[in-house]
Design a protein around this ligand. Structure first.
Ligand code: HEM
Length: 121
């Protein structure tokens, strides 16, 4: 009886190890593991953003993200002179402070994803 117990424990242990080894050997490596993950998101240089510096073609950098606000500009509640100077530029600070030391509302933040076109190179 004791021999049977030892033998079955051994067989069970070997089976567990076998499955563990087989899964370690046979499971393909995760996509991109060990290599730099490629992003399909468009990447823009600051020079490219700077080319879109007009009210009708207005790109801005906020943080590391790039936005095309061309269609939003006519809807912006302030005087256009407040926002248009930031077309083609890094407007992170201006957006965070409205140039008046006050942050935009969560509603304003919620509009941003619609105009996001990629990230900074
Ligand atoms: C980047 C330069 C920008 C500057 C300097 C700027 C400045 C201002 C100013 C002065 C006001 C009106 C006064 C006030 O509410 O305190 C305002 C309001 C507002 N702005 Fe901008 N803005 C900028 C960009 C944007 C962008 C990119 C959006 C959204 C896509 C946006 C959305 C709004 C909204 C929704 C309001 C109404 C008040 C609020 O919700 O905070 N603004 N902004």
């Amino acid at each position: 009886m004791r021999k049977l117990f030892i033998a079955s424990t051994l067989v069970f242990g070997l089976a567990v190890c076998g499955f563990w080894l087989a899964s370690a050997v046979l499971t393909p490596p995760e996509a991109g593991a060990g290599v730099v993950q490629k992003t399909t998101e468009p990447q823009w240089s600051a020079e490219e953003v700077a080319r879109h510096d007009r009210p009708t073609d207005c790109w801005m950098i906020l943080g590391r993200e790039v936005f095309d606000f061309s269609t939003y500009l006519p809807q912006h509640p302030s005087d256009p002179d407040v926002i248009t100077p930031w077309c083609g530029k890094d407007a992170s600070e201006a957006y965070l402070t409205k140039t008046k030391g006050r942050p935009h509302s969560p509603y304003a933040d919620s509009l941003l994803p619609k105009y996001r076109i990629g990230v900074l190179k």
